[in-house]
Design a protein around this ligand. Structure first.
Ligand code: GDP
Length: 453
């Protein structure tokens, strides 16, 4: 399979009985010829770039109509892939569009596209950088409004600009260094401390980007919020109240533990998985023990824990025991419920973060704001970046390589030692944007895509 093949696939989601239209996309030198062989356009319609034609897709006998279609022609280089792209807009559903695709695939030089192959060609032909290609994938996969916003920011090139700028600064320094390695005596001496300062400054910028990206990623992936509290404090009431706010987009998450009560909700555009870990209490029952182990795992994996207490009954030893058992490093909020009733006794050392009434809804807004703040999601109004795992690994690799240059400087090693780490950092950043493309990079990125993208 070579990149000169013409590829074809259905580019829209296909399901029986659904969708007004379904789009077949072709890319490559044979795209036009293949579509002309399959679609008959009546009258004197002009097959020119960036025009829409009307016609019928025909069966192999050249007579029977498979579907009534529109054809969109986008000739190279003004297309998504940079190659000739032709789209056939069929009616929705499954059967007709599949039949038309089969006809297209019967044409000489046309084969079925691999997952992500359209985007891959767009990258290879310089129509799209890697971060934008990944942003498209993220946008399609977005489960919440905020996730879509972040993906759009990536598509607008936010990440690309940051990474490219950092890489340019490093390339400038590398050029200086390499000149010294080759022609030390002909050039003015290099200021090692200024060089080091510049490398460190780029390192700091990358770490800042990583921190922003982590918050962005939390928004993209959603937050896990665990609810704990002794019986009858109002956990279920709170869960129900929060669940009613905004309809969850996804309710069934793969790989979730069924024993835990999980529900997915969206708060302020951030997807949130609520875990009701009711099982946490001392027990001798083996089965229940297992449930508890899972609940404790869930607690440890939570982004924030809500310890719900009965504000009317006041603080109890059981509440203290639960607080004691919260995993270290996971932020928590103490939520005093039943705020509609007179407050019971609280020890001086315990200050509820928020008082609510799960029954009547008082304090709900405050709780949500505190919750988002606690997970760092509230400050992300201004965050316009999210880094995926691949991008994060590479940015970290670059930052660490830059850290090593400090050691090289301390040991006063010759210039060519400096270039080793610098090259490593430049290569890692280039892999993020696709300026340094390798087979492995392409595979890693595009294997996550689905066919037709
Ligand atoms: P859970 O066992 O922690 O899930 O607690 P539930 O949600 O089942 O609530 C236990 C009892 O407390 C129920 O009778 C609720 O109606 C009551 N309850 C829950 N929240 C409030 C509240 O904010 N105010 C009052 N007055 N009662 C509440």
């Amino acid at each position: 399979m070579t990149s000169t093949d013409t590829i074809a696939a259905i580019a829209t989601a296909v399901s029986p009985g659904e969708g007004g239209i379904a789009v077949i996309r072709l890319s490559g030198a044979q795209a036009q010829a293949a579509v002309r062989a399959v679609v008959r356009t009546p009258g004197q319609q002009l097959w020119a770039s960036h025009r829409v034609l009307y016609g019928h897709a025909l069966a192999a006998d050249g007579v029977q109509h498979l579907d009534e279609v529109l054809v969109l022609v986008m000739l190279a280089p003004r297309s998504f892939t940079g190659e000739d792209v032709v789209e056939i807009h069929c009616h929705g559903g499954v059967i007709a569009v599949q039949q038309v695709l089969d006809r297209v695939l019967d044409q000489p030089g046309v084969r079925r596209a691999l997952p992500g192959e359209f985007s891959q060609r767009a990258v290879l032909n310089g129509r799209l950088d890697l971060t934008r290609a990944e942003a498209i994938s993220d946008l399609v996969a977005a489960r919440s409004r905020r996730a879509a916003e972040l993906a759009m920011a990536g598509l607008d090139g936010g990440l690309q600009r940051h990474i490219s700028a950092a890489r340019e600064r490093l390339l400038d320094q590398l050029t200086e260094l390499e000149a010294r390695v080759d022609f030390e005596e002909d050039l003015p001496p290099l200021d090692g401390s200024a060089l080091l300062a510049e490398l460190q400054a780029v390192g700091v910028a990358l770490r800042q980007l990583l921190a922003d990206g982590r918050r962005g990623e939390a928004l993209r992936q959603g937050l896990r919020v665990a609810l704990i509290g002794r019986p009858n404090v109002g956990k279920s009431s709170l869960l129900n109240r929060l669940s009613r706010r905004e309809r969850a987009i996804v309710t069934d998450l793969p790989g979730t533990t069924r024993d835990l009560l999980e529900s997915e909700i969206v708060l302020e555009g951030v997807p949130i998985t609520l875990l009701d870990t009711a099982g946490i209490r001392a027990t001798a029952d083996a089965v229940e023990q297992m449930g508890i182990a899972r609940s404790e795992q869930a607690l440890a994996s939570a982004d924030v824990v809500l310890l719900v207490v009965d504000g009317h009954a006041g603080w109890t030893d059981e509440d203290a025991a639960l607080l004691e058992r919260l995993p270290e490093g996971v932020p928590h909020l103490i939520v005093a419920n039943k705020g509609d009733c007179p407050a019971g006794p609280m020890p001086d050392t315990i200050e509820p973060d928020v008082t609510i009434s799960a029954l009547h809804g008082d304090g709900e807004e405050a709780l949500i704001q505190r919750l988002l703040q606690r997970c760092g999601a509230a400050e992300t109004g201004g965050v316009v970046l999210s880094l995926n795992q691949r991008q994060r690994d590479l940015a970290l690799r670059a930052a660490e390589a830059l850290d090593r240059s400090r050691e090289v400087a301390a040991q006063e090693l010759p210039w060519d030692f400096w270039t080793i780490d610098l090259r490593e950092a430049i290569r890692a950043l280039g892999e993020i944007t696709g300026e340094e493309l390798t087979e492995a990079v392409l595979d890693r990125v595009f294997s996550r895509f689905c066919i037709g993208k």
